[in-house]
Ligand binder design. Sequence first.
Ligand code: SF4
Ligand code: SF4
Length: 386
Amino acid sequence: MKMDTIAIEPFKIVTEGLKEVGGGTYRLCYQCGRCETVCPWNRVRSFFVRRMNNQAQIGLVPFESEDLWLCTTCESCMERCPRGVLTISNMVAMRRLLLPDGVVPASIPSLRTATTNIASVGNPWGLRQEERAQWAFGLEIKEFDENTEFLYFPGCYLSYDPRLKKVAQATAKILKKAGVDFGILGPKESCCGESIRKTGNEILFKRIARENIKVFIDSGVKKIITSSPHCYHTFKNEYPEFKMNFDVIHISELLFELIKEGRLRVNREFEKRVAYHDPCYLGRHNGIYEEPRGILKKAGIQLIELPEMRDESLCCGMGGGRIWMETKKEERFSNIRIKQVMEIEAEVLATFCPYCITAFEDSRLVMGLRDKLEVKDVTEILEEVI
Ligand code: SF4
Ligand code: SF4
């Protein structure tokens, strides 16, 4: 791979610049290479995190290289780094340095489109804001107001994507069955901004976050249920930077509680063998491993574990803004994951993330497994058995 590196500014400006935008820990790297042994990119191509750290230490940024845009922010490397190098922050910082000057490789034009659409109409596809609540048509879901206990925030994929609308619908049906008092914002809902922040676009992220927080406050929101671990992560861990704290709950946490309290009763069997995939932003980033497995087990599901699971889960390849960038067919981590699923002879791959589902659905079709393997959100499975 072409790896032209030039100093975009004199040494001090680059190193100070990286530090100012949140990426100073590359300095701690002592080149042991442990990060590279776990980075999923090294399963499909060469990707040298330590070399990038080394270059940053001498004031170089891989200016035109696509490598800067590869990191999926999966956090695998940070779990193993003996020096506490915050690789995700460093990668995002390098992107932040380059993005204001429009330095984005020509190979990722789809990122520009998604960014422009989110900035203009609040979703990555440029679809009409009024269509945002069409997934809820006929389900009699109320609009959130200050007397409603929970705001359900489906996010962009579950609102607009035909495959993932089914997950929002299953979620709403379950919540209604359990008697949960919830509402939606409908056309007032907008992209959470998580993926855009990871592409380095801090200005847009801050604007989105402030606008969302204003809508939440004006509507009287206190408790937010999310389906996407990415919305969950940013509302819970990043929005507090704006001095606002909402009670943020991932749907897996709430469903597990509802089952334990007896508010959801299982009365049908699901006979297929299910493998559970831990999404990076639910597992490694937020430590939610037990609740999804607890739901599946209490629902009487025959759960079989994948070889790389929990904190060692294999990234689907879509985090860090990669969802808006093209990945070559032969370089998709999701293909590797699907092979693992087939090796343990599961019939359903279950997860709890719209990005993972999108990647796995695509791999399943490309690999000719349409009739052999289903990909489902855990919510969809639960809805079938209650
Ligand atoms: S594991 Fe940490 S210290 Fe070792 S090369 Fe990677 S970033 Fe550097
Ligand atoms: S966060 Fe994940 S994709 Fe990024 S460098 Fe680390 S291991 Fe690789």
